[in-house]
Structures are given as C-alpha cells and as structure tokens.
Ligand binder design. Structure first.
Ligand code: SF4
Length: 182
C-alpha cells in the first residue's frame, strides 16, 4: 500500500458512493445496492466472509499469505474453485470494517507476508474501509487482489496505490447470468 491511512479512508468514502449506482465491475449494472441484494452479483452493501487465515497453498513468493475469503462474487465461472462461498454463499459471517481491520492486524502479527483478498471486487468499498482502519493501527502488508479480472475502470482507479499485486485467476468463461440469490 502506497497510500496513507487518511488517503485510504478518503478512497473508501469515494468507493462507498458507488454502491448507490454500482459500476464496480464490467457488468456495469448501475443498480442501487444500498437497500439489499441487486445486480448480476446479487450483493447488497455488507461484507460477508467465509474465513481468514495464514495460508501456504499460494505461489511460493506469496506464502505465507494472509487469506481473506469473501462471500459472493461478480462472476459465476463454471469451474469455480470456491463455489461453496463464492456462488452458494455457504457458511458466511457478516463482518464489519472494524472486524476486518482486526483480522488483518492479526494476520500480520501471525507472520503473513500479504493480505490476500479472494473474490474482492464486488465488496471493494467495505474492504477499503477495513484497510483504512487497519492502516490507522500500523498495518502495512502488501495487498493482493485475488480476483476474476473483471473490474471496471472506476474500480481500478479506486484501487490504484492500494493494491500491490493483482492475481486474476478466472480459468473458464464466466456465465453472465445471475449468481445464486442469498
Ligand atoms: S459489482 Fe458488478 S455485478 Fe455487482 S452490481 Fe456492481 S456492476 Fe453489477
């Protein structure tokens, strides 16, 4: 992360405004997500996590990696490796930005070399809010954006200076239909 905590907070405020007419990914739905699930991803404005932990199953240069597994997705790839929480939204826990910040600080304390957000794009604003709080408390790990490579230009602008490594991992063509309803 090249930006200060203050700059990340300012980015997070800017990002949250996008939920009202969502253009965070290339589906460009322009729907209001502030009143509940909407758009192709069928997401509202909350953050739901499937888990977090120090992970050794990534590329050697990334490990130990501080994995944050995010519920939901803006894609619906036919061979999704994380379909249980990305598409079927099983076992998710609603997580506030301060709770996300605590998780990030804990991963850093436990020796993670980075914060590795898995399927992050649809909840970009909530993640920036958590990162801003964590940065206030000294969090300084590189950020890995472990996504499907389907971000919009506005989303990429919001992430500039915050994300250090983009790991776009879509292996099969996405179906452009709706994801499973929550
Ligand atoms: S994140 Fe993408 S799929 Fe979801 S509402 Fe926004 S533009 Fe649509």
């Amino acid at each position: 992360m090249k930006l200060s905590a203050r700059e990340i907070r300012s980015r997070a405020v800017e990002a949250r405004a996008h939920y009202a007419r969502c253009d965070l990914c290339a589906h460009d739905c322009r729907v209001d997500r502030t009143h509940g699930p909407a758009g192709v991803c069928q997401e509202g404005d909350g953050l739901f996590l499937a888990g977090a932990g120090v992970h050794f199953g990534e590329e050697p240069r990334l490990v130990p990696s501080g994995l944050i597994l995010i519920g939901g997705c803006n894609l619906a790839c036919q061979s999704c490796e994380t379909y249980e929480f990305s598409l079927e939204r099983r076992g998710l826990v609603k997580t506030t930005p301060p709770e996300l910040a605590s998780l990030l600080l804990d991963l850093e304390k436990r020796g993670a070399r980075n914060a590795n957000f898995v399927t992050p794009t649809h909840v970009l604003p909530a993640l920036l809010e958590g990162l801003a709080i964590a940065a206030d408390h000294g969090f300084s790990l590189p950020v890995v954006w472990n996504c499907g490579g389907y971000e919009s230009l506005p989303a990429l602008r919001l992430l500039e200076g915050i994300v250090d490594i983009c790991r776009a991992a879509s292996r099969t063509p996405p179906r452009c239909g709706k994801a499973s309803p929550r």
